[in-house]
Design a protein around this ligand. Structure first.
Ligand SMILES: [Zn+2]
Length: 444
């Protein structure tokens, strides 16, 4: 009898082992992967998108960004207007009758967009979202445009200008990029001062801090759903933690005139940065960071690496602040997803979703979704690269790339035995819509 029990247990254990082995994920997808991909993509196309990051705009609107690209920057292959995908996008959106963007052909498209801009109203951009099944879209802008329906486009405002209140000649002289970027930051700061009825630089740091905090509060009241740092373009994303007295004496010394040393300016920025994210936590408004490669001739990859932010993201003082690291930290995408192990940190696939082709985006998304699927969001980074290839075509390119890439990543995982197709669709919904809807829904 004892022997029999022993045998039964052994048999049962053997059965368990066999069933575990059968259910364990395999390293290679099976022959069914293409069929699974087709089934998933059909469903994924039906998911309305929540776009975490865009620059929905006509190309000649100066409110579209707080900065601009310097003239000599080099573009990645896929974003050049020789990319035949853009003509396919223009066909899908507008019935563009050509297969290239030679100047004579591109005129057809430029005229169509100019006519839409002249016509006014919100129907044009709402129509673009409808065609691509985008439900809600965050728009990074200095101010929300009258041609964007605030029900569909939610405003993300820029805050870097608060880091540049002093004489900036030494900053601008650093390189050609800074010479273009910093005057624009000064303009945004002037605009915020006018908006807040602040006639000159406040007399002391307390006054400047009050101005900063009040501007954020008022921007949120005007519909702002997140604030954005493009700081990686101007300095390192590593922020030290200087005592207030030090920042106070720097402010006292330079708020009226005088050029601060590099270290003084940076120390002051490190302090004001912390005022900004503290206020974001109090207002429950997520903080966006450009954290990836960037345009320009002098962009520093090291400065933009998301790991620079680790001391801030893991600081218990900011546990209530929600951080969204835009552009997936690209090319540091594996570092990036591990930063989102913190419950208040999120990332999105914007920019990299059109820098690389879907075969590569699929691999990145496959790794992310296998680790922290609750923290990743879709972002288009739709941007007007020129008069012909506009934000409209980049919306198209980014949404098509993301839908096919996530379908490919999930099809492989299903075929490898990681989870069912039902789970796969649930994960796709989280990435394309639900994670963002939850984040910004909760922040209102
Ligand atoms: Zn962007």
């Amino acid at each position: 009898m004892k022997h029999l029990i022993h045998c039964t247990v052994a048999l049962f254990a053997g059965f368990l082992l066999a069933s575990t082995a059968a259910g364990q994920a395999k390293p290679l997808a099976g022959a069914d992967v293409a069929k699974i991909y087709e089934r998933l993509l059909k469903q994924i196309d039906q998911i309305p998108i929540y776009d975490n990051h865009s620059h929905a705009t006509f190309p000649d609107d100066s409110d579209m960004d707080a900065m601009t690209g310097p003239p000599d920057e080099s573009s990645v292959l896929r974003l050049r207007d020789t990319n035949p995908e853009f003509a396919v996008g223009a066909k899908a959106l507008f019935g563009y009758p050509y297969n290239d963007f030679t100047p004579e052909h591109a005129k057809w498209l430029v005229d169509k967009k100019k006519a839409a801009e002249a016509a006014g109203g919100t129907a044009y951009w709402t129509g673009i979202l409808d065609k691509l099944n985008i439900e809600t879209c965050l728009a990074n802008r200095v101010a929300l445009a009258p041609y964007l329906d605030p029900k569909r486009f939610h405003w993300v405002f820029f805050v870097d200008s608060f880091l540049f209140p002093f004489d900036n000649h030494a900053q601008m002289a650093k390189n050609g990029d800074m010479g273009v970027y910093i005057p624009l930051q000064e303009k945004v700061l002037q605009r915020y001062m006018k908006q807040q009825d602040v006639s000159g630089m406040p007399d002391d740091l307390a006054g400047y801090e009050a101005f900063v905090r009040q501007t954020l509060t008022d921007n949120q009241k005007k519909g702002g759903v997140a604030m954005k740092f493009e700081a990686a373009y101007f300095r390192s994303l590593y922020f030290r933690d200087p005592p207030r007295e030090v920042a106070e004496s720097i402010y006292a010394k330079y708020h009226a005139d005088g050029v601060p040393s590099e270290d003084e300016y940076r120390t002051f920025q490190d302090y004001i940065f912390r005022v900004l994210i503290d206020q974001a936590g109090k207002l429950n408004i997520p903080v966006h960071f450009h954290s990836a490669v960037g345009i320009g001739d002098y962009f520093s990859l090291r400065n933009g690496n998301p790991l620079n932010l680790e001391n801030v993201l893991r600081d218990p003082r900011y546990a209530k602040t929600k951080f969204v690291l835009i552009h997936g930290g690209y090319p540091y995408t594996l570092d990036m997803i591990w930063m989102t192990a913190a419950k208040n940190v999120y990332t999105d696939s914007s920019l990299m979703g059109y820098y690389v082709y879907p075969s590569e985006l699929k691999n990145i998304l496959k790794q992310w979704i296998s680790l922290f699927p609750e923290r990743m969001m879709f972002g288009s980074d739709a941007f007007p690269f020129g008069d012909a290839v506009g934000a409209e075509e980049t919306f198209w390119l980014a949404t098509r790339s993301a839908r096919t890439s996530i379908a490919g990543a999930l099809a492989e995982l299903v075929s490898e035995g990681a989870f069912s197709e039902t789970t796969a669709l649930e994960l796709a919904r989280m990435y394309l819509h639900d994670n963002a809807a939850k984040l910004y829904g909760a922040s209102k």
